[in-house]
Design a binder for this molecule. Sequence first.
Ligand SMILES: Cc1ncc(COP(=O)(O)O)c(C=O)c1O
Length: 402
Amino acid sequence: MGQSCPSHRWTSSDRWTDLLVHRSTDTALWRPWPEVARNLSKNTNAVDASLAGFAISIRGNVLLRRTDELRASISPTPVSEIVVEYRGRAHELALKHESHHPTGSIKHRTAVGLLAELDRREPLEPGTVIVESTSGNLGLALARLIRILDCRFIAVIDRNTPEPTVESLASNGVDLEFVNESDGHGGYLLSRLRTVAELLRSEPGYRWTDQYHSPANPRIHQQTTAPEILRQGGAALDAVYVAVSTGGTLAGISAHLRTARSDVRVVAVDAVGSLVTGDTGHKRLITGLGASRKSCFLTSASFDFVTRVAPAETVPTCRMFRQDTGIALGGSSGSVVHSYLCDLERGQFPRRALGLCPDDGSKYEGTIYADKWLDETRLSVEVHRTIEKFRSAGAAFTIGIG
Ligand SMILES: Cc1ncc(COP(=O)(O)O)c(C=O)c1O
């Protein structure tokens, strides 16, 4: 199983997709699309160009207050069609790649929503200091957008924040507050929030975007992510898989689906040891997935089913997927794909399933894709055993041929 197919099928009409389709239908030019995307997003000019309209619109202070102008930097992300073979049957899984946002993850949408809301409540002025607790992706998105706003950003991060993320935050002029103390529930979230509270107390002028409570978090996904999913999923869509942390993404998507397409089954993908949907919190290794507390946005009506995924399931899925397709998924995305495999294992075969991929594998080279990390975390034996188990059940992934 490989990636030699020169033509891919894409199901979005956005500019990234157009570019990728153009690439993929030209055999001479063809390269695996993640490589194309990676090169583009490494190219600062390209990224800056894609944010340029946004920058121009917010330089003039008057336009800054127009939420529509902030929203203009969100465009639809592409969907790839994956053929999943398992136990002698072939199934189709659509994956929606949120890494294609200008700041590299689904948190681009969240950051835009949170900043617009903060500005609506009290206008952001040049020099305003904004504080947020983040395990990575939201920090990266806020760093870029806050810089464009001429504001300052203090990111409260922890020792689980991937090295490339820390470097990128620093190079974007972000002030970093490191939290070293675990919160006793398998993560650092509660310790990070304590630090945020201290910062806000120490300087009354500091503003907090508050991804954990702001209604702007789920709302931006209700207004942008969910309609895209429905359009790209089409009439046959009957299952959506979404990773949870604050629960904002899932809550927003679910709110839209419950009214527009109540027939679509919504699957929450959480981490083993997370308190978002579980009752006992313990150490988690996959950044961005799960949390040390309940979500303020989710209720039991927000999803139909939950899969809690362990690192020894996430990592094998990410590795098999990359081996087969050349696409490196991030940890949450690998967990989403694993959750789909769990459904197949249980005899639950969606007619058309869509998995939301919050980011890509570029930040996980030193963890999920590194043998040294597997040894350090003592996951190695279990990961290889799980890969063998899935392979002997015929698990294989191919990029769908258009
Ligand atoms: C890696 C990753 N996993 C999961 C999620 C889902 O997060 P939330 O529930 O906070 O919307 C996100 C971000 O949106 C993410 O970046």
